[in-house]
Write a protein that binds this ligand. Structure first.
Ligand code: G4P
Length: 292
């Protein structure tokens, strides 16, 4: 994987990170809990590397988002894995609203002791505040909009435009705050970079489309060979490289260019689009047992 490192070019700005970290630290004092949104297909690669340490000591809820495109068995195992580490977990498809209605109850369950103490002091109904954390594109706005039942567009995400920190009411005694600043993904591990690129969390700039598609072919051939073979009607042999598979799939689809060659560039785009859109099947690229 050493060659990947040179090919990778994920943009990251130390200044932004320091600023975001400070904003989060500063706001955390006002929060009762934090809710970290992850992509269920890549729960580790979609985690910001500093959140664990930043939020230690706070009641924490993990939202495994995009369960509609993740492997449901793997999602269950990830949920158990996070629960085993003291997190409350919610499995969600924020786009369709599946699982989002349970959010308020899950937060109150997580804060049961604190809320009971409030009630004892005659402060039942006191406002509960939750900070929503997540890397760009993980589905924060979609999730917040569904949970708060609002239709408004997301806050500005363009560089140089300050996202206004807004409180979003969920009900009379629960409100949310969107991530203050830009929360970066991990950028030091090429494998993480690949997983983020496969899922479209970072644009295709880290590798050219064809190389990225070859790597995805290799991974799918390893993890989900049957789905891959069925979708593209190809036979997969142990000797096949990612490029070989791209050629096989392209040929079956009839993507030919002059001279009888396969248009691998076109097939690469199709593979990435179909994977990201869930058309290939529901896949999870990282499993808890990979952690060992
Ligand atoms: P962000 O605030 O964290 O940056 O992410 P945002 O909500 O903008 O979501 C990024 C993209 O992910 C959106 O797609 C959104 O629809 C999609 N998305 C969010 N949650 C889910 C989910 O649970 N399942 C699936 N399949 N997709 C999800 P988009 O193409 O940018 O916009 P749109 O045309 O879908 O609205």
């Amino acid at each position: 994987m050493a060659e990947n490192k040179q090919e990778m070019n994920i943009q990251w700005y130390p200044g932004h990170m320091t600023k975001t970290r400070r904003m989060i630290q500063c706001q955390l004092k006002n929060m009762d809990a934090v809710c970290e949104i992850l992509d269920a297909r890549i729960p580790l690669s979609s985690r910001n590397p500093d959140v664990e340490e930043l939020t230690a000591g706070k009641p924490r809820l993990i939202v495994l988002n995009r369960i509609d495109v993740a492997d449901s068995d793997a999602t269950r195992r990830w949920a158990a894995w996070f629960r085993g580490r003291g997190f409350a977990v919610l499995e969600v498809n924020a786009k369709e609203g599946q699982g989002t209605a349970r959010f308020a109850a899950a937060v109150r369950e997580l804060l049961a002791d604190k809320l009971a103490a409030y009630a004892e002091k005659g402060q039942a109904g006191r406002m509960v505040r939750v900070m929503i954390l997540g890397i760009p594109n993980v589905g924060k706005s979609t999730f917040i909009n569904k949970v708060a039942k609002r239709k408004t567009a997301k806050a500005e995400d363009r560089p140089g435009v300050t996202r206004t920190q807004q409180w979003v009411p969920v009900d009379r005694s629960l409100e949310l705050m969107d991530t203050p600043g830009m929360l970066w993904p991990r950028f030091d591990d090429p494998q993480v970079g690949l997983h983020l690129a496969f899922t479209g969390a970072v644009r295709d700039e880290i590798l050219d489309t064809e190389t990225l598609a070859c790597r995805l072919m290799e991974l799918l051939a390893q993890r989900y060979p049957q789905a891959l073979a069925e979708r593209y009607k190809i036979e997969i042999t142990p000797e096949d490289t990612g490029y070989d598979l791209l050629i096989k799939a392209g040929r079956r689809r009839g993507f030919m260019i002059r001279g009888g060659e396969v248009d691998t560039e076109r097939m690469a785009k199709i593979l990435l689009d179909e994977f990201r859109g869930g058309k290939l099947g529901r896949f999870t690229l990282e499993l808890p047992e990979d952690m060992a």
